[in-house]
Design a protein around this ligand. Sequence first.
Ligand SMILES: Cc1ncc(COP(=O)(O)O)c(C=O)c1O
Length: 372
Amino acid sequence: MNVPFFDLSRAAARIAPELDERWRGLLERTAFVGGPEVAEFERAFADYLGTTACAGVANGTDALVLALRALDLAPGDEVIVPAFTFVATASAVVMAGGRPVFADVEAATLNLDAEEVERRRTERTVGVIGVHLYGRPFDVEGVGEVCRRYGLWLVEDAAQAHGASSHGRRVGRFGDLATWSFYPSKNLGAFGDGGAVTGEDRDRVEKVRLLANHGRAEHYHHVVVGTNSRLDGLQAAVLNCRLPRLERDNERRREIACHYHRGLSDLPGIRLLEDPDGALSVYHQMTIRVPGRRHELREFLASRGIGTGVHYPEALHRQPALLPEDGEPPVLPVAEAAGGEVLCLPVFPELEDREVDAVIAEIRAFPGSTGA
Ligand SMILES: Cc1ncc(COP(=O)(O)O)c(C=O)c1O
């Protein structure tokens, strides 16, 4: 059986009638940039998170850059970021004028290690970006405690974790600001690019909105130098259709993850990631580790029609674009090993049980996987 890594057409089919109606309304009102769909979504998403304010922006990368600017990042300021995440977490720091300082991740969770944050801190450190990687909350207590001790701000990069929670509280409510991506494959995805910045501090979120709209206080009156990074109405309409379904969709992702755990946990060559204490994951990715044989397993599954992904093949501190000026990257062994071992299996709400069974059966059929 062929099992796709991801199939957006199934999600699109589920919301087509409602989306049709919303899009038709937009065509009549020509409210394409900003407008009522955007306002409705910003309110609904802030309410869903239990936070105060939300500013829609053009994508999750801009959300990070604008959040850093709203936190007054100055040239040369250091920001600690995990070495194992999507490139935007670190490149946003560079684009906002700062310097990313890479910290290693925890071996059990592949999320930012609070002790490493403390170790990498210098007099120039102003803040930390934590990433809820694969939909699993990072150690918000440990990292938050280091931030409080040294007076650092904390940004949550929640691009992969819409609806996840830690100790009963949704991610996005632990940092000074949280940033979101609505790229189509995300748990809450648009049908194009989209993003948002959320937070308790309304003034700071309003500063993001100002920066995202040419620094315009009034029509043709610009109080700061800003950019054009706005959420468009058509994408907000998709998000308005999908947000009420997010809880159920995340529940289905958890069911699928449980199914994988049951089917794979006895295999000696495969390691499953641990969920942090008190965490409720939303499984943006279902990631396994395959030490020494990731590439082989991936090729084997591809030959059987099973789609997989590798998020991410190389840790960020070793990326040419992000090497320090002296060219010598730090040694961060956990992130470096993870790049060679992680394999992401199909997980999306519309995936059927028989498809998950097929993926499990093929992994078990991989020569040597059962240790026999
Ligand atoms: C952890 C993380 N941060 C930031 C981003 C950037 O989001 P976007 O692709 O919407 O710019 C992504 C998205 O892929 C991501 O996974």
